[in-house]
Design a binder for this molecule. Structure first.
Ligand code: NAG
Ligand code: NAG
Length: 233
């Protein structure tokens, strides 16, 4: 199953924008869009893609790759901006090396190279956003530090009601991560106490916590403003 590249998604948005321009008076369209929140959650699969490809690794250091992810994203954010977007909710990537599939590669500990690339990308992303805000005074954004938020669940499971932070709820084999979540796989008895649903993705229980953090804070996870503040602008 192939996902739609971000550039293509923004192409579709531009087409919708063009249609709206023919239906709605310019100033009210501009006002409507400037109040809308554009939520951008992307990057995890690009980190996986780097470790899946010897070619990408030979051609790019992790730093170069992280920088190119951030600059590629900026082009697409800029295209959204050119079509009326003013408010952005943007998520960084989690500690990819801690997902069950990658823990398998390191005696159930997090794979450090993948976490390093995740952290490098998040740094490049935050730097890019700060620069962009200096260029475009009329945007406001809220950045979610998925890395810190997920690490917090992994390091302090009991304060959130989690018991298992390493394995997948659904899968087979070691950490339930050797075989994906398929009809033949086993499912944990309590998905509420797992951070990971399958070898790559968090559970609904973990995502629920992220949503609350995105909406209301604390500022160590969502900055410079949270989504509630972004909405109020
Ligand atoms: C494996 O895990 C240990 C302990 O967390 C870490 O220090 C080490 O760098 C990891 N190795 C790799 C190859 O990721
Ligand atoms: C939104 O951006 C404007 C213009 O840069 C800035 O003055 C304002 O403080 C921002 N709003 C918030 C809530 O940060």
């Amino acid at each position: 199953m192939q996902s739609i590249p971000l550039q293509k998604q923004v192409d579709y948005y531009s087409q919708v924008h063009e249609t709206l321009r023919q239906q709605i008076e310019a100033s009210s369209l501009e006002k409507h869009l400037s109040k809308s929140i554009f939520i951008v959650v992307i990057g995890g699969n690009d980190v996986f893609g780097y470790f899946d490809s010897k070619d990408l690794q030979n051609k790019n250091t992790p730093q170069q790759y992280a920088d190119s992810m951030a600059s590629t994203l900026k082009l697409q954010l800029q295209r959204l901006y050119n079509n009326g977007a003013k408010k952005f909710e943007i998520a960084g990537v989690g500690p990819i090396g801690c997902c069950p599939a990658y823990r398998l590669k390191n005696k159930t500990e997090c794979a450090s190279a993948a976490n390093d690339l995740s952290a490098k990308y998040n740094e490049a992303l935050q730097y890019m956003l700060k620069e962009w805000k200096l260029e475009k005074k009329d945007i406001n954004y809220s950045y979610f530090d998925t890395y810190a938020a997920l690490q917090d669940l992994i390091h302090n499971p009991t304060s959130y009601g989690f018991v298992n932070v390493k394995g997948a709820c659904c899968g087979l084999g070691e950490l339930n991560a050797q075989i994906p979540c398929l009809p033949v796989s086993s499912i944990c008895s309590n998905r509420q106490d797992h951070v990971f649903w399958d070898a790559f993705h968090p559970t609904e229980a973990a995502s629920r916590i992220f949503v609350d953090e995105i909406f209301k804070g604390p500022s160590k996870f969502i900055s410079p403003i949270n989504m509630e503040q972004l909405l109020a602008i």
